[in-house]
Design a protein around this ligand. Structure first.
Ligand SMILES: [Zn+2]
Length: 763
């Protein structure tokens, strides 16, 4: 039996691979375009008793043959990168941690995969190629129609145009092997799903299980599971290690927006090179933006690949340099591009300049910016940066903006704005850019004077949040209306959806929406989050902040009703489980909480449950005798103060919490952030009245939820004389018995007042 010890092989092969590869980068771009079209070659290899062991994945071949795919071409000869397998094999994927096994169960009804398969498509770097070459003799490569059809079905999902990612990843690993070998095994499982295990050493989370989601009109490779190599149940390494090869240091954009709404620009970006073998990199660029050319600092063209099919537009922009860059090199690239990101509709600009209106690399890295724009002179144009200069020539307004303090991202807005000023008296100055003609001509008379409601809300939020989270992190706030219904926050700058300018609803939803966007100035824009696992530090915190504002604007009842509503939503998610869908994932799953099996969970878990986690910390840090919760707000202030202008992870937050509770909070984060179980309790009590004392003998049983569930639970004692007193008890395990001392005739004792804990209580 051959046991391929791939890690060791990989190291041996790395040096030869580097030396022999061609240096003409246009070949790589050509390869990336041709690999998706590769057919089966006429060379096949017999194979028996081969086990490919790879982290949590094992592919055991009993017997069969590999038919090579047509190699890609290079100056030094053909390059093998994939083979189709047919025969008898076993596909096993067993994630080492429960959070990922739960993810597998959401898709396959079993928490790990162990199935016999008869065919597979395998993408590999040189280490596995050489193992395959040495494993058996050459054999016939004649193919039946069934073979060719099976091969096509396995290849197609990997090479649909939005998925250049897979061919890109294998090519990068072939030319620059990472610390561990690249491997992708695509097969058809018993449930007929096309599923692939992938290990890409260049990814921050190298292990991937993906599966083809293919229904009419909706085709993509869906991520089922992903994690770092050394993940363990304590999630100490949940965020892994940054594997970025580049870090953008300075971004210079020169752009023009025509009267007709066409955007055309160039972005010159200076990068710090972080990795020795930086030759192939993936950028993200808004899918509506077309790249005309990319030039290096000497003006030479840099080959790149983008989607080629307009029906499969995606953000991926793949750059293929003619040599590897290393940390001593200075890398400066100029991108020339154009497209529809501020389309003109009904006389208005629909500005869609969010995350990637210029080429973006990596996640959460901060750069300085210099922006020059030419726009029609009769419209107001704003950028989330400092205005340096503004001149008008003919019909053109020329503006120059700088962001000297590094930020993760910035944006612009344009429209028939009237600027209204708010705040300034003890609060930072707020400018609201309100588009009156949009309401008059397009949205038909809506929105008279609502800019005042918006401005007043924002100023009130700034006051409240400065008191609760610490000083406003920027020197001013600019709010511009956009012809959409969503909002998006940038440092000192907010895109505010037109809907919130139409009217202010009675239910507080508009207050919630505006407050959420303002709160992102603290949580998201100033304090960034480390990886997608930590996104609740932005969305959950902003949602909780909006509840605090609701409480101030609409009173306690509205606030507690909203919390109750969130709790009901979280508890009732997919109670129709036996029809469809799967149980919700934990907060730490971040954006992966949303999937085709768990639709709507991103909002439910990251926003609402994330907010609830804060509410429960408030419960823990409240002095229930006096109901003083100032320690909770001190804790939030300290967290923001510590990480402002930087990024924080969930463990960073836990450490801050621990400084305030003075105890290990592992159990709390385990229960509410790293796991998804919810407790249901039954509460009964007896009043015992004797001459000298009076007390309530209480029993709380855990009716559902893990045995080790633990929580501090408040009880509200309502006396006949209308006094209300609060007491707390620690609940742990299946059953808790305790007494609450009383000093009067009791009307009622209520467990879990204010939905203080995300728990259901029967009493
Ligand atoms: Zn948000």
């Amino acid at each position: 039996m051959h046991r391929a010890l791939l890690t060791a092989l990989c190291v041996l092969l790395a040096s030869t691979a580097l030396a022999e590869r061609p240096s003409d980068s246009s070949i790589w771009a050509q390869n990336l375009r041709s690999m998706p079209k590769a057919g089966l070659d006429t060379v096949a290899q017999a194979v028996g008793d081969l086990t490919i062991e790879h982290h949590s994945f094992t592919f055991t071949i009993d017997t069969g043959r590999f038919i090579w795919l047509e190699p890609t071409t290079s100056e030094t000869g053909p390059m093998r990168w994939a083979a189709y397998f047919e025969g008898k094999a076993r596909f096993r994927f067993v994630p080492p941690v429960s959070i990922e096994r739960d993810q597998v169960r959401r898709f396959y009804d079993t928490d790990s995969l162990d199935q016999f398969v008869t065919s597979a498509l395998i993408l590999f770097d040189d280490s596995l190629r050489s193992v395959i070459e040495h494993t058996g003799g050459r054999t016939g490569a004649e193919t039946s129609l069934a073979t060719r059809r099976s091969f096509e079905q396995l290849l197609r999902p990997l090479v649909r145009h939005e998925n250049s990612l897979f061919t890109f990843s294998v090519m990068r690993a072939l030319v620059h092997p990472g610390p561990d070998p690249f491997l992708l095994v695509m097969t058809e499982l018993e449930d007929r799903s096309h599923t692939a295990y992938m290990y890409d050493p260049y990814r921050r989370e190298p292990v991937h299980l993906v599966r083809d989601h293919n229904i009419p009109g909706e085709q993509f490779m869906e991520l089922v599971s992903s994690y770092v190599d050394d993940i363990d149940e304590s999630y100490a390494t949940v965020n892994g290690h940054a594997t970025d090869q580049l870090s953008p240091r300075h971004v210079e954009i020169e752009a023009a927006l025509s009267d007709g709404g066409e955007f055309r620009g160039s972005a010159t970006i200076t990068y710090d090179v972080l990795d020795e073998s930086t030759q192939f990199v993936r950028m993200a660029l808004h899918e509506e933006l077309e790249v005309d050319s990319i030039r290096d600092r000497f003006g030479s063209a840099v080959p790149f690949v983008r989607y080629e099919n307009d029906s499969h537009k995606s953000e991926g922009l793949y750059l293929l340099f003619d040599r590897p860059y290393n940390p001593d090199d200075s890398l400066r690239l100029s991108y020339y591009y154009h497209g529809d990101i501020a389309k003109r509709e009904a006389g208005e600009f629909k500005v869609d300049a969010g995350a990637s209106w210029y080429p973006r690399y990596g996640f959460g890295r901060r750069s300085t910016y210099s922006i020059r724009f030419r726009t029609p002179r009769d419209l107001t144009f704003i950028v989330s940066a400092d205005l340096i200069d503004s001149t008008t020539t003919g019909d053109t307004l020329y503006t120059h903006w700088e962001a000297e303090i590094p930020v993760t991202n910035l944006s612009f807005n344009i429209g028939w704005f009237t600027r209204y000023e708010f705040g300034g008296d003890g609060t930072p100055p707020v400018s609201v850019y309100y588009n009156e003609p949009l309401h008059r001509n397009v949205l038909k008379g809506s929105g008279r004077s609502t800019y005042n409601d918006v401005g007043d809300d924002i100023v009130a939020c700034l006051e409240l949040f400065s008191n609760t989270f610490g000083p406003f992190p920027f020197d001013r706030l600019v709010v511009g209306e956009i012809f959409y219904s969503h909002g998006e926050s940038f440092p000192g700058f907010i895109h505010m959806g037109a809907n919130t300018f139409i009217s202010t609803d009675n239910w507080g939803e508009d207050h919630l929406f505006r407050a959420h966007e303002v709160a992102h100035q603290w949580w998201g824009s100033s304090l960034g989050y480390e990886t997608y696992h930590d996104q609740w530090l932005s969305e959950g915190f902003a949602t909780y902040a909006s509840l605090l504002y609701l409480q101030q604007a609409k009173g306690d009842d509205r606030y507690y009703d909203k919390l109750k509503e969130y709790a009901d939503d979280i508890f009732s998610a997919r109670k129709y489980l036996f029809f469809d869908g799967a149980e919700s994932g934990p907060v730490i799953l971040g954006r992966r909480t949303a999937s085709t099996k768990t639709e709507g969970d991103y909002n439910l878990i990251i926003y609402k449950k994330g907010a609830f986690v804060l509410h429960m910390l408030r419960t823990l840090l409240t002095d229930w005798e006096t109901r003083n919760d100032s320690r909770f707000f001190e804790m939030l202030k300290e967290f923001h103060q510590t990480y402002r202008g930087a990024t924080a992870s969930t463990s960073d937050f836990r450490h801050t919490v621990e400084r305030f509770t003075g105890t290990d909070m592992g159990w709390f984060f385990d229960q509410w952030v790293y796991h998804n179980e919810l407790p249901e309790y039954r509460f009964v009590y007896d009043i015992e009245s004797e001459a000298t004392r009076r007390q309530a003998r209480c029993t709380v049983t855990l009716e559902s939820g893990p045995d080790n569930f633990r929580t501090l639970m408040p009880f509200e004692i309502r006396y006949d004389d209308r006094r209300t007193v609060y007491r707390t008890a620690w609940l742990e395990g299946n059953r808790a018995e305790f007494v609450l001392p009383l000093d009067g005739e009791v009307d009622k004792i209520v467990m879990n007042p204010f939905t203080a804990v995300l728990a259901r209580v029967k009493q």
